[in-house]
Design a protein around this ligand. Structure first.
Ligand SMILES: N[C@@H](CCC(=O)N[C@@H](CS)C(=O)NCC(=O)O)C(=O)O
Length: 290
């Protein structure tokens, strides 16, 4: 089954992040096509995914398009019942669906005051009363889900499920804008920032294109509260321990340095996303530990 997913900028498009997590976090292979928000490229891409009006949108193996993150979640869950998009327990499943639906429809004040921006980390964003009310509602439904489902893990309904994927961009906003929540909710945010798929998406988002002016804010900044990346850096030349790219197997053209060792990749994008967060990439880490 070959799925093709249309997305916007990885650093900024929160709905695209949800759509992509519905594949990557559940082991479903997907090819992505991306276009910058607020550019002519996005309408051109969407024209190929007609009648979609927004990203994410998926071209199904049969050739038709399914757009909208919630529809994509339901369709993938129906097609891949063993992938775990929804919990198998009926009660937990109903709660997970309710959480995803509320996320899909709500939290408007939080979403508009704190647009997703994975490239920055602010010390404060002067949240309004409406934003604080959204945060209180998040804490309430997250705690409710844990109590009702008996979830003892990092995630709201047991194993990581589509409801968690729907909250990943909100977790990133809480981190980016340093929003105030209690310890249980902050532990949930930390779990998102450390999730392997989230780290992969953010690593790509840090390097795929210029900053978008629309998302710039003048708040004071602080360090990103997620896991610190290993200290890799891009360097010139093609000399490396490996001759084949760990991702494609093609010849090395771009190199990074980590711990005084040099590793090569077949293009700048693969090298740069690895520099951004080496541990996000299992094939690179296998090479690093070899
Ligand atoms: N309800 C949609 C919302 C999708 C959405 O608003 N996507 C934004 C990017 S994050 C978009 O495509 N914006 C471009 C546009 O509306 O022209 C979903 O759940 O997928």
């Amino acid at each position: 089954m070959i799925y093709t997913l249309a997305i916007g900028d990885r650093a900024y498009s929160s709905w695209s992040l949800r759509g992509w997590l519905l594949f990557d976090a559940f082991g479903l292979p997907v090819t992505t096509r991306s276009a910058r928000l607020y550019s002519d490229v996005l309408p051109a891409l969407l024209a190929e995914f007609a009648p979609a009006r927004s990203v994410p949108a998926v071209r199904m193996p049969e050739g038709h398009v399914v757009a909208d993150s919630l529809a994509i979640a339901e369709e993938l869950a129906s097609r891949h019942p063993d992938a775990g998009l929804w919990p198998s327990d009926p009660k937990a499943r109903g709660i997970a669906r309710a959480l995803a639906a509320e996320m899909h429809a709500g939290f408007v004040a939080l979403r508009s005051h704190c647009p997703m921006n994975l490239r920055v980390s602010y010390a404060d964003c002067a949240p309004t009363e409406a934003v604080l009310a959204d945060l209180a509602r998040l804490e309430r439904v997250w705690a409710w889900a844990r109590v009702e489902t008996g979830a003892g893990s990092d995630w709201l309904c047991g194993e990581y499920c589509a409801a968690d994927a729907f909250f990943a961009p909100v977790a990133s906003r809480i981190a980016t804008y340093n929003l105030p929540l209690g310890p249980q909710a902050m532990a949930y945010v930390a779990a998102h920032l450390a999730h392997p798929s989230f780290r992969r998406w953010r690593a790509m988002g840090l390097v795929d294109g210029a900053d978008q002016e629309f998302y710039r804010r003048d708040y004071a900044s602080r360090d990103w509260p997620g896991p610190d990346p290993l200290p890799a850096r891009a360097i010139e030349g093609t000399t490396a321990e490996n001759t084949a790219c760990p991702y494609s197997g093609k010849p090395v053209t771009h190199v990074l340095e980590l711990d005084g060792r040099r590793f090569g990749f077949c293009n700048a994008q693969c090298r740069d996303k690895t520099v951004a967060d080496p541990e996000a990439w299992p094939a690179f880490m296998a090479l690093y530990h070899s």
